[in-house]
Design a protein around this ligand. Structure first.
Ligand code: TYC
Length: 110
């Protein structure tokens, strides 16, 4: 909800400010892992554990789902955090010579 109020910084002016009384939630982004034929399963499990803070059990479950279905959600974050994780994981994978693809996509806005 927005409402018009006189500008506090200049009370004598005729200008108004749109004041928000509803909180703004940042848009959230999914970080997706994509399957490939070459990245070792144990590397993907390590990535899920280290960069996405998954338990050993959850990391294994997510990795196997990506392996079977082609892609899966590693985590959901604000845009900056999601983009940072994409960059960090991609760099780590390349440094090991693996083709692992990691992407961020916006969650559907509600
Ligand atoms: N398909 C890979 C293999 O059989 C494992 C894998 C899982 C790779 C998930 C990428 O995002 C991935 N070694």
């Amino acid at each position: 909800m927005t409402r018009r109020t006189p500008d506090a910084s200049n009370p004598s002016s005729n200008t108004q400010t749109l004041e928000r009384t509803q909180i703004q939630r940042p848009r959230l982004y999914r970080v997706l892992l994509l399957n490939d034929d070459y990245t070792p399963m144990e590397f993907v499990v390590m990535v899920l554990s280290r960069y996405f803070r998954k338990s050993a059990h959850d990391a294994e479950t997510i990795m196997l789902a990506v392996h079977r279905k082609g892609q899966g959600v590693a985590g959901v974050y604000t845009r900056e955090v999601a983009e940072t994780k994409v960059a960090q994981v991609t760099q780590h994978a390349r440094s090991e010579g693996y083709p692992l693809r990691v992407v961020a996509e916006p969650e559907p806005s509600t």
